[in-house]
Design a protein around this ligand. Structure first.
Ligand SMILES: [Zn+2]
Length: 426
């Protein structure tokens, strides 16, 4: 099947801030041609996209999809530790259908906000994988570990994620070790060896709060990234979330290990964790992508809102409007997130040969007119209503504002039903 998107403005993110008017030919799961003119005779179906803008699908580098069920719950906790103490007991009660409907709820929101792929760390992750296949969304799904090496071995023994994988069409299996304050050194060592044997990409939360850093220095005599380096965790392909309190020396060390950092500005603001100095980290050579974290610490999964906040807090924290320009923010949300996840060979930019993960924007609305600078318009003015269509792996999952793979009313009803049950068992 060949679909031709004709007469659009394309922002490829492949080679600097260039924009061109042209056509994109999608063949099955990939971009077959992207150029100023493709002959319509080459396509089975042609869509006139005059007035629309194509960007690479946004890549949400760190989230916990099923936490969408806990949206707007316990919003007044003072910090991460207090909040986790409220959230963990609910998570202990979540069953497979909670994970499934929580994932579907999250996937609907991701698609509507122009996001085509995401990295997820959560429990019963095979249900998230199943939801991804049904919704047609690309997922980097982590087997998620807590506790010591015995806990890790137990969790790895019972996961059913392998049964839900699809040969790499949409899903990749990663390995997520939650954090140094919930996992032992033995767990990180065990995981390192387990992932190495199987060629998996690993990830973890890192340096999210000042308390995590202080506790690590007190217990281990070194900072969190230094601690994980010494455990050999960064010898693997790896991405880490947050990095709010990384030192410059740690950022350089992570860059040397080719570890990607995922910036989560909303969650870091909401849980009073701080502001990651990402413009400085980028200058130090660290790859920095962008993620929403879970909807219970955000309280949404919109990469559009995340881009705007990333730009705003960078400016206010550095007092430099040029520290993180809009083009760089869009880069973080697309190719740099893909690079951090070690997936830039297949996604993150619009190039022939890459998977057809494409977000089509309609900027002809009151909130985006006049566009003037398209990168400013996308980062500062765009909202979810500007997402016209979304293609993932060549499949149209949002068609002129209509979800084609998800019954949104049903998903909202079922997610509410699951949450009502979880609340009642408090
Ligand atoms: Zn997280």
């Amino acid at each position: 099947m060949k679909t031709l998107l004709k007469n659009l403005q394309a922002i490829t993110m492949a080679d600097g801030p260039q924009i061109f008017r042209g056509d994109i030919l999608i063949e099955d799961d990939h971009i077959a041609n992207i150029s100023q003119s493709v002959d319509p005779a080459e396509a089975d179906c042609v869509r006139d996209c005059t007035g629309l803008v194509a960007i690479p699908g946004l890549v949400n580098g760190h989230t916990h999809l099923s936490m969408s069920l806990m949206r707007n719950y316990k919003d007044t906790c003072a910090n991460l530790q207090d909040w986790l103490s409220e959230i963990f007991p609910i998570e202990d009660r979540m069953c497979e259908e909670d994970i499934y409907w929580g994932s579907m709820l999250g996937l609907a929101e991701l698609i509507r906000s122009g996001c085509t792929s995401f990295a997820d760390m959560y429990f019963k992750q095979w249900m998230t994988a199943r939801a991804c296949k049904e919704a047609g969304v690309r997922g980097f799904i982590s087997l998620t570990l807590f506790g010591d090496e015995d806990d890790a071995a137990d969790r790895l023994a019972v996961t059913r994620l392998d049964e839900e994988l699809d040969g790499g069409a949409l899903l990749r299996k990663d390995l997520g070790v939650h954090a140094i304050y919930t996992c032992t050194a033995g767990n990180y060592r065990y995981t390192r060896d387990w992932a190495k044997e199987r060629g998996l990409v690993v990830n973890t939360h890192l340096s999210e709060t000042r308390k995590e850093v202080d506790d690590c220095i007190r217990e281990h005599g070194m900072r969190p990234a230094e601690y994980l380096e010494q455990l050999g965790f960064f010898d693997l392909p790896c991405y880490v979330a947050h990095g709010v309190h990384l030192s410059d020396a740690e950022a350089v060390m992570l860059a040397q290990h080719n570890v990607g950092l995922i910036h989560n500005p909303s969650s870091n603001c909401k849980l009073a964790s701080g502001i990651a100095p990402v413009s400085r980290f980028r200058k130090l050579g660290l790859t920095v992508g962008l993620g929403t974290d879970g909807a219970s610490s955000n309280n949404n999964l919109s990469m559009i809102k995340e881009m705007r906040l990333a730009a705003m807090i960078s400016t206010v924290s550095t007092l430099d409007v040029g520290a993180l320009p809009p083009y760089e923010v869009l880069k973080m949300a697309t190719i740099d997130s893909a690079r951090a996840l070690r997936a830039d060979d297949i996604i993150g930019s619009l190039e022939a040969g890459k998977r057809a993960d494409i977000t089509i924007i309609n900027p002809n609305t009151a909130n985006m007119t006049p566009v003037n600078d398209i990168f400013s318009a996308i980062v500062f003015s765009m909202s979810e209503n500007n997402i016209d269509s979304v293609y993932i792996n060549g499949r149209c999952v949002l068609d002129e504002g209509r979800l084609t793979t998800i019954d949104e009313d049903l998903v909202c009803r079922e997610a509410q039903r699951c949450w009502n049950r979880l609340r009642r068992s408090e």
